[in-house]
Design a protein around this ligand. Sequence first.
Ligand code: FES
Ligand code: FES
Length: 152
Amino acid sequence: MHRISFNLNGETTETEVEDYSTLMEMLREKFSLLSLKEGCGIGECGACTVLLNEKPVYACLTLAVKADGCDIKTAEYLSKGSEIHPLQKSFIKAGAVQCGYCTPGMLMSAYALLKNEEKPTDEMIREGISGNLCRCTGYIQIVEAVRDAAKI
Ligand code: FES
Ligand code: FES
């Protein structure tokens, strides 16, 4: 077991993890952060995307020990009680949430993009969410939502 400490959604946190535990197992099982989903489990769908030091990573492929000393953000970070983030509002307004399975991971990729790029082009948005698959929307509403959020 390894004792690790890190910042999780704005709070200093510590826990113990096995050598082989994934970041997804740790976040879902030890911290009940259920926004991230296990879609494929092999780094193909992006449903498990979280931010590690502000960069999107697949939590299914990242070992939990990598969180030591880092900043981790999940989609839970975006809302405070009933107050949701402007990006989440844009997703709802654009109809970018259908079954919702991809949405938390998609939000984290879009959030990271908008942190680095205040006015992304549609091409930049598509590139930014290219690691996240959505089987419902055809991506048009998602790109529109990110574009709208960038205007706020
Ligand atoms: S569950 Fe991690 S990429 Fe699909
Ligand atoms: S909204 Fe269903 S997979 Fe994206």
